[in-house]
Design a protein. Structure first.
Length: 158
């Protein structure tokens, strides 16, 4: 599904996610940015730059550009539809996933990290947790119980 949504290679995402679990909030974590951990915008830029460094990333960008222009120029989809149905949701979901699934759970707290996962959970209500990013806020639980699907993470709260 992720390939159809944003032409993202699942295997690359899986490898990066596994590295994140093996080395959370360290220099070897592809999602972490020690230098900008208290500045969400700079961390997001570093996050995107790091995650776009894989074999075929420029091919993915070219394919997305061709797809965008094909929908608009060849298939004659109104540009507003292409933007509001495909481009903007993709950008918004990327920012949402980063902010609620990387930045908030993994930035270092004032007193330092207090667990081996170097993460924390948001403890929003189930409703807000689902809306913010499909339970990405239960991040400590995700690291502690990586076999649980995202929709079951609220039940893992102690």
């Amino acid at each position: 599904a992720i390939g159809a949504y944003a032409l993202l290679p699942y295997q690359v995402l899986l490898e990066k996610h596994q590295m994140h679990h093996r080395h959370p909030a360290t220099e070897r974590d592809p999602d972490f940015c020690q230098k900008h951990q208290h500045n969400a915008i700079r961390w997001f830029i570093a996050f995107m730059a790091t995650n776009m460094k894989y074999k075929g990333s420029w091919l993915q960008m070219l394919a997305m550009t061709v797809l965008f222009h094909s929908m608009w120029a060849i298939l004659h989809f109104p540009i507003a539809n292409v933007l509001f149905v495909w481009s903007l949701p993709m950008l918004a979901s990327t920012v949402q996933m980063f902010y609620f699934g990387v930045f908030l759970p993994h930035r270092e707290p004032k007193g330092g990290y207090t667990n081996r996962h170097r993460s924390r959970s948001s403890h929003y209500s189930r409703f807000w947790s689902f809306l913010t990013c499909y339970h990405f806020g239960y991040h400590w639980e995700h690291h502690e119980y990586p076999h649980l699907p995202w929709y079951k993470l609220p039940s893992a709260v102690k």
